[in-house]
Design a protein around this ligand. Sequence first.
Ligand code: SF4
Length: 668
Amino acid sequence: MKNFQCPYCGVGCGLYIDEKGRVKGDFEHPANKGDICKKPVYFPKVMNEGRILKPLYRESKDKPFKEISWEEAYRVLAQKLTSLNPDELYFYLSGQLLTEDIYVANKFVKGFLKTNNIDANSRLCMATAVTAYKMAFGSDGVPCTYEDVDDADAFLFIGSNAAISHPVLFKRVLKRRRETDQVVIVTVDPVETETARKSDLFIQIKPGTDTVFLNSVLWVLYEEGWIDYRFVDKYTEGFDRALDQARRFPPEVASSICEIKVEDIYIVAKIFAQSKKLISFWCQGLNQSVNGTMKNLALINLHLATGRIGERGCPFSLTGQPNAMGGREVGYLSNGLPGYRDVRNSKDRKFMENFWGLKGINPMPGPTITEAVDLILENKIKFLWVVCTNPAVSLPNLEKTHKALEKVFLVVQDAYFNDTCEFANLILPAAQLGEKEGVMTGSDRTVTFCEKFADPPGEAKPDWLIFTELASYIGGEKYFPYENTREIFEEFKRATAGRLCDMSSLSYDNLPARWGKRWLYEDLKFPTESGKAKFHPAVFDIPKEEGEFILITGRLKDQWHTMTRTGKSPQLLKGEIPPFILMHPKDAEEIGIEEGQEVVLCAGKREIRRIVRFANVKRGTLFAPFGYPKEFGEPTNLLVSDRVDPYSKEPDLKYAGVSVKVVVSSKG
Ligand code: SF4
């Protein structure tokens, strides 16, 4: 029996694989207590399908790949890395890697190569929550834990379809409601999702307007005398400025902008004011927005205004990937350093330079991945190394992204062949979870040791080993002396000593364990300059879009991200293909569309085909799952612009103006 953390959503369920190769939930694990959803059950069956088995190389993209040895692959990489300027290189990592993999890659790039030209696919999901947490609390990290679900009496899901995206967590919320009739669940979403259907109150909001709704709730709290001034005065600052913004959206105004009922705004305000303990869960519905940081801050403002931090509640961002939290601890975004440090902070840089024995960490954050796409097209970045992610499907503005992938010298390091491999010059076979050891951190800061239970196929190697061997090849042996992941973890955890995410007491032998106290800010002292949490005015600003419909995007129930692994399981594909959109039946009727009919969605000249399914979607809105690879049809993100949130630089992946054309059947 071997234990590991689930490789899919960020709930971070502890699982084990038994002697017969069956995956089950670990009853000892605090995140799931033995529960499990459908996705990881099929993991062993698809582990070896479609794997990359050997390094493959082609200097020119119009030539076929040829198999090469690892020695030759390192020679190619060394030649590129040493002949190009560090600013001409770019690395794009993933929240699906183990912490040890990410730590070594980050040290290699920021410490050894001395460039911050590195980002991760967390930019597409968690960057906004990270930014807002830092602005409000002075640091990243979820303030409470899953245990808080077990005695809360109010749950707000906003921009989160947790029932399918974080199912084990949602089941825990439903269990709490079964235990006591005091519990209320509210969902705010443009789509009547499975989460909405299981809620006590569903507020069907117009896409993009969450900042208005949340500001209005703050205004009602103020008007009704429901502000917890004892908390606000003692532990926060900036309330008045936040309130000045909120006063622009009294319920009558907000209800017309958000297209919701006035009374629903009062109900949510009352729940904030009067419940015993309230947890707000949110995910990409707030994060993947040009107004995303403001949406996050508007929600956090409500928690600050009612003193709901710690014992009485918590704003709880749900991570979209299994180890996005680990990546945040390691600091794998373009501004980060290990232990929640930042390249812009001279003390942080100095500490890591001494710690690594590598001087010269660049004080400027590197470009984000969407900025890197532009820099490739401007010929300023000439080399891109993608590790364990599939930007050819998941980045926005795919027409532009594909041009950049075509232009750049591209290295793809992955366990599986995916759509990005089509653009590669060099493909490196990587070991995946279960074929290597290491740790991951789930959404509530619980760190889990993942054991090895299979050998990597062919010549696949763990990601940390690829970077370690390459570093040795180019003279960095003394900085990367690792023989195994235990040594890497021991080094990494020392870098966190004394920091908010202090993991120094953890070891492979005492996991799973959570870093930080049960409530991260238990003493209500926040790591800001003043020691107080900060309100921020949450300014509402969304673009005007062309087209008759607003397209919003999200997840499929049984598939995960770009389907690289789950798409190989017939059981998990059932009901998820062919690619579809959700449309309101009345919208469909108005333009003469029937359920099951194929339509073309257009944004300018970009088009994708989808089958129409009827659902209770906000009128004028379409919902499309984002993860379909080319195998199943045109990727959804062809229609999505690369507009970003100005603070977090997270793309506006959930808001695109589109028009719909009916496909005329050529039968007969
Ligand atoms: Fe895995 Fe998430 Fe399902 Fe848990 S809820 S088993 S972490 S996909």
